[in-house]
Design a protein around this ligand. Structure first.
Ligand code: ADP
Ligand code: MG
Length: 403
C-alpha cells in the first residue's frame, strides 16, 4: 500500500475524523424515515470498531443523497444515527455511545466533539447540507479538521470526488489514512488492474457504451477476453453492420465502437443470440433469435448460445471483473443472462479465480441472484470503481498520507 492505513495510526486518546459512506436508501413510514438497506453502514463497522477498541473516538462525516448545499430534512442523517446505535450497541459486548448532532458546522458541533468521551461516536449531519462540501471549500475543511486529530477515509463510493470531506480536510490534519473498507477496495481493484493472473476476463454490460468506453480502453490491453452484454452490445453489433431492430443503440458512438472492436483484435466477444421482445415490458411477447434482430423487436437479454460461450470462457479464467448487467434483469423474463453470469463467477471463484463485481445495478443484480457471498469481492463504489478501472487517480485516495 502506498498510503497509510488505519493500522499505521496510533489512535489511542485521539479524536479521529472518519469519512464514511452512509449514503443509504431510506424508506418512509408516515412521517418517520428508516434505513431501508444498511449494507453500507455495516461495511463501515470494522473501521469504527477498530478505532474504538484501540482507545480512539470517532467523529463521522457522510453525505446522503443530493441536497443542494442547504439543510433538507429529506436527506437528514438522523435515521442513520438511530440505526448506527442499534448496530454498534449489539455484538460489541459493551454498548457504544453514539451521538448525533443535527448540524454540519458551528458551536453545537464543536461542543459535541470536544465532549466526546473515549469509546464515543459522534455523527454530524449530512455534509452536503453545507455548500462548501462539493466545492472542496478550504475554510469548511479546516473547521472539520479542527474537531479532531487524525483523519480516516473509508468512503470508497466518494473517493472519485474532490470534496471538503474527502480531499480538503486532509490538508489540515497530521495524518490521513485509508480505513479497512477503502483498503480492501484498493487491494482487490488494484490486483485486478496491476497483477491479474491469466486468463483475465472482463464482463461488461449495462445500458450505455458511452459510460464504459474509458473502462474498455484501459482494460483492452490487460485482458485476454472482454465479454460484452446488455444494451451496449447493440451499439457494437450495429457498428459491425448487424440489424438491431428497436434495441437501444447509441448512434453517436458507432464509429467509436467499431474502432474499439478492431483495435481489440478478437478479444471482444459479442452476443450471437438474443432474447427479443416487441416492447420494453416484462410481459411483452418474447422469443430467442440468432444473429440479426428483426424490425419491431428489441434485444433485452443475451441468448442461451451466447451464455454457453461466455460461461466456458469464465470457467477457465483466473481473474474476472464484472460491471454491467447482461440484460434488463429487473424484469424476470430478461434476467437469465445476468443471473447465469453471476452463477459462472461463483463457480469460477470456487475453482480459485479472483472475481470482482461492481456498479450500482450490477451489485443489485448479484444480490438478487443470491451469489453475492460466492465471489471474491463486491465493490461498494459505482462511479468510483469505474474511474479506478479507467486507470484514473481517485482524488480521495491521492490526498491521503504517503507511507
Ligand atoms: P451498473 O450500474 O452496474 O454500472 P449500468 O447502469 O451501466 O450498470 O446498466 C444497468 C442498466 O442497464 C439496468 O437498469 C438494465 O436494465 C439496463 N440494461 C441492460 N441490458 C439492457 C438492454 N438490452 N436494453 C435496455 N436496458 C438494458
Ligand atoms: Mg447504473
Amino acid at each position: 500500500m502506498p498510503k497509510l492505513t488505519l493500522d499505521d495510526l496510533d489512535v489511542r486518546g485521539q479524536r479521529v475524523l472518519v469519512r464514511v459512506d452512509f449514503n443509504v436508501p431510506l424508506s418512509e413510514e408516515g412521517d418517520r424515515r428508516r434505513v431501508a438497506d444498511d449494507t453500507r453502514i455495516r461495511a463501515a463497522l470494522p473501521t469504527i470498531r477498530a478505532l474504538l477498541d484501540r482507545g480512539g473516538r470517532a467523529i463521522l462525516l457522510s453525505h446522503l443523497g443530493r441536497p443542494k448545499g442547504t439543510p433538507d430534512p429529506k436527506y437528514s442523517l438522523a435515521p442513520v444515527a438511530d440505526h448506527l446505535k442499534t448496530l454498534l450497541g449489539n455484538g460489541t459486548g459493551r454498548a457504544t455511545r453514539v451521538d448525533f448532532v443535527p448540524a454540519v458546522t458551528g458551536e453545537a458541533v464543536k461542543t459535541h466533539a470536544a465532549a466526546l468521551p473515549e469509546g464515543g461516536v459522534l455523527l454530524l449531519e449530512n455534509t452536503r447540507f453545507h455548500p462548501g462540501e462539493t466545492k472542496n471549500d478550504d475554510a469548511l475543511a479546516a473547521e472539520w479538521a479542527a474537531l479532531g486529530d487524525l483523519y480516516v477515509n473509508d468512503a470508497f463510493g466518494s473517493a472519485h470526488r474532490a470534496h471538503a470531506s474527502t480531499v480538503g480536510i486532509t490538508r489540515h490534519v497530521r495524518q490521513s489514512a485509508m480505513g479497512y473498507l477503502l483498503q480492501r477496495e484498493v487491494e482487490y481493484l488494484g490486483r485486478v488492474l496491476e497483477s491479474p493472473d491469466h486468463p483475465f476476463v472482463a464482463v461488461l454490460g449495462g445500458a450505455k457504451v458511452s459510460d464504459k468506453i474509458g473502462v474498455i480502453e484501459n482494460l483492452l490491453d490487460r485482458v485476454d477476453h472482454l465479454l460484452i452484454g446488455g444494451a451496449m452490445s447493440y451499439t457494437f453489433l450495429k457498428a459491425l453492420g448487424h440489424a438491431t431492430g428497436k434495441s437501444l443503440v447509441e448512434e453517436d458512438r458507432l464509429e467509436e465502437a467499431r474502432t474499439l472492436y478492431e483495435r481489440a483484435g478478437g478479444k471482444i466477444k459479442l452476443p450471437v443470440d438474443h432474447v427479443v421482445a416487441t416492447a420494453f415490458e416484462n410481459d411483452a411477447p418474447h422469443r430467442t433469435v440468432t444473429g440479426d434482430i428483426p424490425d419491431g423487436e428489441m434485444g433485452l437479454d443475451v441468448g442461451p448460445a451466447t451464455l454457453e460461450t461466455y460461461r466456458s470462457i469464465l470457467l477457465k479464467a483466473r481473474t474476472v471483473v464484472w460491471n454491467g448487467p447482461m440484460g434488463v434483469f429487473e424484469m424476470p423474463n430478461f434476467a437469465r443472462g445476468t443471473f447465469a453470469v453471476a452463477e459462472a463467477l461463483a463457480e469460477a471463484t470456487r475453482h480459485g479465480a479472483l472475481t470482482v463485481v461492481g456498479g450500482g445495478d450490477s451489485v443489485a443484480a448479484i444480490n438478487r441472484s443470491g451469489y453475492e457471498d460466492q465471489v471474491s469481492h463486491v465493490s461498494t463504489g459505482g462511479g468510483a470503481m469505474l474511474e479506478f478501472l479507467e486507470g484514473k487517480t481517485l482524488p480521495g485516495i491521492a490526498a491521503l498520507t504517503d507511507r
